[in-house]
Design a protein around this ligand. Structure first.
Ligand code: 3ON
Ligand code: FE
Length: 482
């Protein structure tokens, strides 16, 4: 007997959100329900795969899609929409050729079978994962290569940026930089890393001041292969989880699989948490924990001799089955991603874990002033049902003090993106502000920008901005205040 509740979504409707959006738009949004708060002034920038096919050839995985940047600018109660493709070398060449010319990390192959892909180890820098604005530079990020710098007004692609010579040609710059609100003598600083994977992996970490000048740089040798998508910071430490995975390069070399498909989860091994001091000559510490697989962290903070780390954990690496089509994902066969809390004891060098929230969730966000500090609230994209794995259809807010949650849902036809928290100007209350999310509305194949009251998440949206078209499911974004 199947006792599970009826699905809160239709799989066919969900998969329509993965249709390409080849057009580039530039218009004032006219179709608005509710009112845009006058105090909401700034630009929401979002990145994500915009093309799910190249000249009609379907790509194998959404993470292989060309980066399309969206800018929604709010001013005086009005909103303007613009999207532009990042003119990466691969995008330009492939659009001209009308077919894939590069292999993707997650399994996209050039047409012509394994022979056409044999020993072609070039990867396309997709610039599709995140977009940040720091020290007058607008950067589209992809963790396998250098950032692309864009024009902040027009979103035109300017150049592959080596950050004033800091990055070597092709060197990675992760897609998950952190802003430490007080890191540079009480001023904000940007912290990011680069991984060069191998039998031993090289980890480089940088900190930049408000002018974009490097404050610190350090390099660390991590034993074994690393696939590290995100990290966390506290005032004293950088934190990296080395997931228990191994890498077998041969199917990639021989033209059979993308490198991301050559990663195997090793369920008999544990995760290594690397705790690296930001300053001084203390050595890095390694603490073993049982975490499953982690892409994203919520935040970390110090508590006496412990570090608390909140992360989204999967029971194992969500491996892509070769030959399977992501458009027909059977969510019932996937393990849900859930909110976990890890306690790393620095004196006993031990770690334990606690499940904070069992509902399937991803894309965690907090108030930016609480990065590295004990945060009370976390916002997440979450499934409508509180059990099992499912697409993200709502926004979940969790109060870590009381354990209470609030949930706003776009089900059954809507599918949400990463919820971005925007602090209300002049307030230092942790949940005073707005949540903005892009919601794909499958019933009319268009996207809405919704503005929620972060304090009272379950109320009707303050405003719902109807776009003239859809935005394919995206990855990460930033809020840039005016
Ligand atoms: O040997 C290395 C292996 C490897 C995998 C070489 C490498 C550095 C080129 C590499 C590349 C990794 C890359 C480029 C990873 C890119 C990841 C990416 C674009 C996105 C990751 C997203 C993660 C999550 C959890 C997304 C969730 C989405 C939803 C819940 C649904 O909408
Ligand atoms: Fe990410």
């Amino acid at each position: 007997l199947d006792s599970s509740p009826p699905l809160s979504y239709d799989r066919q409707q969900w998969s329509q959100g993965y249709q390409s959006q080849p057009h580039e738009y530039d218009y004032w949004i006219e179709d608005i329900e509710g009112e845009i708060p006058q105090q909401l002034e700034g630009t929401l920038l979002r990145n994500g795969p915009g093309l799910l096919d190249i000249g009609g050839y379907p790509i194998a995985h959404p993470f292989d899609g060309d980066g399309m940047v969206n800018a929604i600018a709010f001013k005086g109660g009005r909103a303007h929409y613009r999207n532009r493709y990042v003119r990466t070398q691969g995008y330009i060449e492939e659009q001209k050729a009308g077919k894939p010319l590069y292999r993707g990390v997650f399994g996209t192959q050039k047409p012509g079978g394994w022979f056409a892909n044999l020993f072609d180890l070039r990867l396309k820098n997709l610039a599709n994962t995140h977009i940040i604005y720091w020290a007058d530079r607008l950067l589209a990020l992809w963790e396998g290569g250098q950032p692309h710098r864009l024009d902040p007004q027009t979103l035109e692609t300017l150049e592959l940026d080596d950050l004033d010579g800091l990055l070597k040609t092709g060197q990675a710059f992760s897609a998950h930089p952190k802003i430490d609100p007080y890191g540079d003598r009480s001023n904000p600083c940007l912290v990011n890393f680069s991984i060069q994977p191998g039998l031993n992996s090289q980890l480089t970490i940088w900190e930049f001041n408000l002018k974009g000048q490097p404050l610190r740089q350090s390099t660390h040798e991590i034993p074994g292969f690393c696939f590290i998508h995100d990290f966390a910071i506290t005032p004293q430490y950088y934190l990296f989880l080395q997931n228990p995975v191994s890498f077998n390069p041969f199917p990639f070399l021989f033209g059979l699989l993308g490198p991301g498909e050559c990663i195997d989860f090793d369920r008999h091994n544990v995760t290594k948490a690397w705790v690296i001091p930001r300053q001084g000559n203390q050595r890095m510490k390694m603490i073993e924990i049982d975490s499953g697989f982690v892409f994203h962290h919520v935040n970390a903070f110090e508590e006496k001799n412990q570090i608390i780390l909140d992360s989204i954990g999967y029971e194992s690496f969500p491996e892509v089955e070769p030959g399977s089509d992501f458009r027909y994902t059977d969510f019932n066969r996937l393990a849900p991603s859930q909110l976990w809390r890890f306690r790393l004891d620095l004196t006993k060098k031990r770690g334990d874990r606690q499940l904070l929230e069992s509902r399937c969730c991803e894309f965690p966000q907090i108030h930016p002033q609480w990065v590295g500090q004990s945060h009370r609230y976390v916002y997440l994209g979450a499934a409508h049902q509180n059990r099992g794995s499912a697409p993200l259809q709502g926004v979940l807010k969790r109060d870590n003090q009381s354990g209470e949650t609030q949930f706003w849902s776009a089900a059954p036809h809507g599918f949400v993106s990463e919820p971005i928290f925007i602090p209300q100007p002049g307030s230092d209350v942790e949940d005073k502000g707005w949540i903005i999310s892009v919601v794909y509305q499958s019933q009319n194949h268009r996207s809405d920008i919704i503005i929620l009251d972060a304090e009272n998440l379950e109320q009707e949206p303050i405003a719902r901005l109807h776009l003239q078209h859809h935005i394919p499911y995206g990855l990460h974004g930033s809020w840039i205040p005016n």
